[in-house]
Design a protein around this ligand. Structure first.
Ligand code: 9MR
Ligand code: 9MR
Ligand code: ZN
Length: 520
């Protein structure tokens, strides 16, 4: 195990560069790989305890080094052997190829079409009509992306994923060509999931059970079911489709109408109970994790904000004025998308008072992230809470700060620098020296819980794995390996560990957002 933790992919010349060292060394050196010359030497910072990993850490700041090249860091504790980091480069665009891979991943997740993607190519999957659960009725809901390591397609996570990608397109200084087509593939599927008779949106389409870990998608031939319309899916659909309307001018009216129709359903069914799997359906629930009304209110709030931005209609404005405020990015909490939309897109129609309270709310959320960041030994902001899919929090907190940098422009430099540190964490500056992005870094996740990767014996590149999950009894492999470990170390690169090593569309999307908007 490495004891000097760095971003294994590298740094740009002008960026802040920090390593986390877990030995008691008072100095460190940066060595040039080509001639093994010391090019930089300095003292390490004071030792402190990192609560999430249980490590006593020291920070080695080598930001001063800006000359391009390949290097590694060394440090030594008295009486012990010399420790070396993985090598890394300093170059203008160390993340360019990874950025492309993070986005290409959405191509690999495509359902319902013949896929040409090297080793992982496969014929069209899940093309049969699906049965509307509890009825004999069948419907075409082909298309869209497989959600994750499994082949389910779920509206709740789809909504926030397309929002992340579209916002990345809008805010990136150099947006990636092709992104709008990639996202449109998912939108077409989402539209099929709406019940046109009343505007409600079906929660998901999956088989009854998860299939075997090594099965390719075209081999999952069990009956497909469309699970009932839910408030969570319908509100998230309304929000994300209204947002999408400003990116596709030719489809604008159709998208706005679909979003409006969904929002009407939400108003007519305000007390719809939380989505729960019927007893014979075992796939992902994406239900009301809080078990409280706030879960729906935050989703309706986002929908009202996006619909107000898209239409300017007063009824959405009065909904917003009568609503509590919500923050959060993710599949559970979506309030911050709403705040961001209203604050930055409502223009002259915005109400001064609303803007003020929304900015306060947004600012408070950013402060919380920054407070956690300041006491962290590895440059992230999760405190000691590493949930299933902790890397979504890494990505989302960074995304939140980037959105914050656009609202609070006087803080832009600081917020962006902290956001970039979250990318350093994902690429290896963490307690396990683990790159959580497949295919990138010296110690990348190689055995993700992703059925096509398992089936072909090689990981699709550019996938963000879930990361440490402190609820170690969530899967057996994790329990066997990590029980009793500190939160930030409850991770294993094992294909069976779906709680720490699965991949999802919505763990990639915030990481992609950060990389694209920081123009990496
Ligand atoms: O595949 C597993 C399935 O057989 C188990 O019943 C289930 C129990 O939680 O866990 C596995 O399913 C995971 C699936 O492979 C991918 N998505 C996450 C699932 C766990 O929630
Ligand atoms: O990402 C989800 C995580 O927040 C939950 O704690 C976990 C257990 O319900 O489920 C995760 O979502 C899985 C989904 O249910 C099915 N597809 C794979 C997802 C990632 O494991
Ligand atoms: Zn499929």
């Amino acid at each position: 195990m490495k004891k000097i933790h760095i971003n294994q992919l590298g740094y740009r010349p002008a960026d802040t560069k920090k390593a986390t060292i877990t030995i008691n060394a008072s100095r460190f050196s940066v060595i040039r790989a080509s001639d093994r010359k010391i090019v930089f030497r300095d003292y390490t910072g004071a030792a402190f305890d990192d609560a999430a990993s249980g490590d006593t850490v020291k920070i080695a700041d080598f930001s001063y080094l800006s000359e391009k090249g390949t290097y590694f860091i060394t440090a030594k504790e008295e009486g012990s052997t010399l420790e070396e980091s993985y090598p890394f480069v300093i170059t203008d665009d160390p993340y360019k190829e990874m950025r492309k891979a993070l986005l290409d991943f959405f191509h690999y997740q495509k359902c319902g079409v013949d896929l040409e993607c090297g080793k992982w190519s496969h014929p069209a999957c899940h093309t049969q009509f699906a049965t509307i659960y509890g009825t004999g009725e069948k419907k075409d809901v082909s298309g869209g992306w497989h959600d994750a390591g499994d082949y389910g397609r779920y509206i709740v996570p789809a909504a926030m994923t397309i929002a992340d990608l579209l916002l990345a397109y809008e805010l990136a200084p150099n947006p990636d060509e092709g992104l709008l087509d990639i996202v449109w593939f998912e939108i077409e599927w989402m539209l099929k999931m709406q019940d046109e008779s009343n505007g409600g949106v079906y929660h998901k389409v999956t088989c009854k059970n998860f299939n075997a870990f090594d099965e390719m998608p075209e081999d999952e031939l069990e009956e497909l079911f469309i699970l009932p319309v839910s408030l969570a899916a319908t509100a998230d659909f309304a929000a994300s489709i209204a947002l999408a309307s400003r990116f596709y001018p030719e489809k604008k009216e159709m998208l706005i109408n679909a979003a409006k129709h969904a929002f009407e359903w939400c108003l007519e069914n305000p007390d719809e109970p939380s989505f729960k799997n019927p007893p014979d359906i075992k796939t992902g629930p994406y239900g009301n994790w809080l078990g409280i009304d706030e879960y729906y209110e935050n989703k309706r709030f986002w929908a009202a904000c996006e619909l107000f931005v898209a239409t300017g209609e007063e009824k959405y404005h009065s909904y917003i004025k009568g609503s509590d405020l919500f923050t959060g990015l993710g599949w559970q909490n979506v309030g911050a998308y709403g705040l961001y939309a209203y604050i930055t897109q409502a223009g002259e129609r915005a109400d001064e008072m609303q803007i003020r309270r929304m900015k306060e709310c947004f600012q408070a959320a950013c402060f919380e992230i920054i407070n956690n960041y300041k006491t962290d030994g590895y440059g992230v902001s999760l405190g000691t809470t590493y949930r299933w899919g902790s890397n979504i929090d890494v990505g989302n907190n960074a995304m939140m700060l980037i959105l914050g940098s656009l609202i609070f422009t006087e803080k832009a430099l600081e917020y962006k620098e902290i956001a970039l540190d979250h990318i350093h964490y994902l690429l290896g500056r963490n307690a396990l020296s683990q790159s959580y992005i497949t295919g990138y870094g010296h110690q990348p996740a190689k055995n993700p819980h992703h059925r096509p990767s398992i089936s072909k014996g090689e990981a699709v590149p550019g996938m963000v794995v879930g990361g440490p999950c402190m609820n170690t009894d969530a899967d057996e492999d994790l329990m066997a390996a990590c029980t009793g470990m500190p939160p930030a170390k409850c991770y294993i690169d094992h294909a069976g560990s779906y709680a720490s090593n699965e991949i999802t569309i919505y763990w990639n999307s915030p990481a992609y957002f950060v990389v694209a908007v920081l123009d990496l």
